[in-house]
Design a protein around this ligand. Structure first.
Ligand SMILES: NC(=O)c1ccc[n+]([C@@H]2O[C@H](COP(=O)([O-])OP(=O)(O)OC[C@H]3O[C@@H](n4cnc5c(N)ncnc54)[C@H](OP(=O)(O)O)[C@@H]3O)[C@@H](O)[C@H]2O)c1
Length: 216
């Protein structure tokens, strides 16, 4: 697949690298960088790389999403748009409303937002990822989750995005762990949204929700 990753940070860089290694054609969209990005994929100004892309990953801070999709909404039409952004502290953690308002013809996916980036760089054995997707986007989402070494578990269409976000208190605290220790915290097939069994007992859920690496 031809994939554009907007944001060259922890999430964008890690997933771009993994997808390129899996044989996908990756390009990064960046405000500042140029040349080559993580894994050797080209880095272009946001927007220039969108032509011909099948999939776009949004991996920018929550406060940047509105501007990015407003500027490039037309170019997202018909594409699979994966929303990995967490808008911590806002009424909706995901950007489904903003993305589909700017790009009503896109195919929305909510995924890659509930696990720390370390889990994508070096996935623990048997780890799973719950995701939500419009019907037209489900095959691509499953392929790209599988490509990073996680088992995709479909939670429903885009309306199930809030269900995916209910895993965030679990995933947030995984950020900052090493890949080696993250495995013991990853969701399993028995996990359920809002499941608190993976939370640190000495920390309230609010602490986990505001863990630094998952903040937008
Ligand atoms: N870190 C995690 O483990 C994790 C896990 C799940 C979800 N998330 C979510 O993923 C998103 C990215 O997190 P991250 O950890 O990858 O952050 P990060 O390392 O800070 O990277 C964010 C990237 O977004 C781009 N960016 C920054 N400000 C921007 C702006 N105003 N407009 C457009 N692009 C901007 C930058 O790339 P350029 O300078 O190249 O433009 C930057 O490298 C956040 O919404 C976060 O909540 C993070």
């Amino acid at each position: 697949m031809k994939i554009v990753v907007i944001g060259t940070g922890h999430i964008g860089g890690t997933l771009g690298q993994r997808w390129r290694a899996a044989g996908h054609e990756v390009a990064y969209g960046s405000r500042t960088a140029s040349g080559t990005g993580p894994g050797g994929a080209p880095v272009l100004p946001v927007g220039e790389e969108l032509t011909g892309a099948e999939v776009v990953l949004l991996a920018v801070p929550g406060g940047a999403v509105a501007d990015v999709v407003a500027a490039h909404g037309a170019a997202l039409a018909g594409k699979v748009v994966i929303d990995a952004v967490n808008r911590i502290g806002e009424p909706a953690v995901n950007s489904h409303t903003a993305i589909t308002a700017a790009a009503p013809q896109c195919h929305y996916v909510r995924a890659f937002n509930t696990l720390g980036w370390e889990n994508f760089a070096d996935p623990p054995p048997d780890a799973v990822m719950f995701f939500a997707a419009d019907p037209g986007a489900r095959p691509a989402a499953e392929e790209l989750i599988t490509a990073v070494g996680l088992e995709p578990l479909f939670a429903g269409d885009a309306d199930a995005s809030t269900t995916i976000d209910a895993f965030l208190p679990c995933g947030s605290r995984w950020s900052g762990t090493t890949a080696g220790t993250a495995g013991s915290h990853c969701a399993s097939r028995d996990s359920r949204p809002g499941d608190r069994t993976h939370l640190r007992e000495d920390q309230p859920a609010e602490h986990n929700l505001t863990a630094a690496n998952a903040e937008g």
